[in-house]
Design a protein around this ligand. Structure first.
Ligand code: GDP
Ligand code: MN
Length: 397
């Protein structure tokens, strides 16, 4: 689950990470009130208006603007709220901005060289450990830095049984070229950041930029936070941070009915039982020259009602040109599943307009094949994995 910047900053602050302070607003009137409140509590008279969408690169797309006065702030806010913001990370049509973060301007006027660092925490898949990834070259062009000068990006792996050690936080601060007060502030920042990452069961923190001011404050100016969905059951406090308007509507619906569905770009809808088989099925579709439209794990119970729900979800995607059902009947018998498919198909009238290819393997698979073949429905059965993928390929040509 992804958080908005303002939510990410609230989470970080609750773990003692120092962040650029701000207040979220849904209208320009609220934005104005937020700015006044910030001035009272922080003393800063300048503010930035920041579009809150689940995508980065907002600065480049015109979604982050400095307001020179309150009138300016009101005008900028009314322009950004409701706009369709296009950034290098949004879909081509952009994303609608429903709210803005009004934040204190932490770049002091006349600051000659504000130093922008890049700091993230994530899983190092090669070592299976959390790592801190960091660079002196933070700011809006970190992707270009990673591309052209990867040696300017450092990583620090953390031993899970020891946690982040003091010397590691100091090493990061040292490699970032800091000394004196800024060095100390950075070690504190890194320690709090790592504590927040572990404490919130996050899977990604990306803070870009982390700002060093001329008076040696270290501040998180941006925050991209992804929480691990598998841990949300033990973080009821995060539930209210989910913004359904930012999520794929079919994925939201699938979650509500307890199906594991991930939307993809291709045109072959898949219904599979078990995540491993689902991954293998997607590979096979690719190998046969196709492209999966989704990942869908129907789990252990593939009865008619569940199969029908799954078909309806898959068919909500207009890109789907064929559906492949690939189910292994171990505990669940294949003939039961076949009956479920036939019943669901009949029950749906003529709403399945694309070819359906069914491969059932395992207990009673021959009875299942017989059931499908004699159903008189427009369903192709397949026995081998490869055969199924090829039938799908022919169907979409
Ligand atoms: P992103 O473009 O989506 O990554 O959004 P960021 O929150 O990183 O903001 C983009 C850029 O706006 C930053 O790299 C900063 O250079 C700039 N920015 C952010 N906050 C302030 C601020 O308080 N004052 C000024 N002058 N610039 C800021
Ligand atoms: Mn950023």
């Amino acid at each position: 689950m992804n958080l908005h910047e303002y939510q990410g900053k609230e989470l970080l602050a609750s773990f003692g990470v120092s962040v650029q302070r701000g207040i979220v607003a849904k209208t320009s009137t609220e934005a104005l009130a937020a700015a006044k409140e910030l001035t009272e509590s922080t003393g800063t008279s300048m503010h930035v208006v920041k579009a809150q969408i689940h995508a980065g690169g907002r600065g480049k797309g015109g979604g982050v603007k400095l307001a020179k006065s309150l009138a300016d702030l009101e005008k900028i806010s009314s322009e950004i709220i409701g706009m369709q913001l296009l950034t290098p990370q949004t879909p081509p049509e952009g994303k609608k901005v429903n709210q803005v973060l009004i934040a204190e301007d932490v770049y002091y006027p006349g600051e000659t060289e504000p130093k922008e660092f890049y700091i993230s925490v994530l899983l190092n898949r090669a070592t299976g450990r959390n790592m801190i990834m960091y660079s002196t070259e933070g700011g809006m062009d970190i992707e270009a830095v990673a591309e052209a000068t990867p040696h300017l990006i450092f990583t620090e792996d953390i031993d899970p049984s020891l946690g982040l050690q003091g010397f590691q936080a100091r090493k990061v601060a040292f490699n970032l070229g800091l000394s004196g007060v800024a060095f100390k502030e950075m070690t504190k920042f890194i320690s709090a950041l790592y504590k927040a990452y572990v404490g919130s069961d996050a899977s990604l923190f990306e803070i870009n930029p982390v700002l060093k001011t001329s008076d040696d404050k270290i501040i998180a100016v941006d925050a991209k936070v992804t929480l691990d969905d598998n841990s949300l059951f033990r973080h009821k406090e995060f539930e209210e941070m989910r913004d359904l308007s930012e999520e794929n509507p079919v994925e939201v619906e699938a979650r509500e009915v307890g199906l594991n569905y991930v939307d993809l770009d291709g045109n072959v809808g898949c219904m599979v039982n078990g995540a491993g088989l689902a991954m293998a099925t997607m590979d096979l579709i690719k190998q046969a020259g196709g492209d999966p439209a989704n990942f869908l794990d129907v789990g252990g119970t593939a009865d008619a009602a569940r199969v029908e729900t799954a078909f309806r979800l898959i068919l909500k995607d207009p890109k789907v040109k064929a559906i492949l059902v690939n189910i292994f009947g171990g505990i669940v018998r294949c003939d039961r599943v076949a009956q479920g498919i036939v019943d669901a198909y009949r029950n749906m009238g003529d709403s399945i307009k694309v070819p359906l290819i069914v491969r059932l393997q395992g207990t009673n698979s021959d009875i299942a094949k017989e059931l499908i073949d004699s159903s008189g429905l427009n369903v192709l059965s397949a026995t081998a994995f490869q055969e199924a993928a090829e039938k799908v390929q022919k169907a979409i040509l």
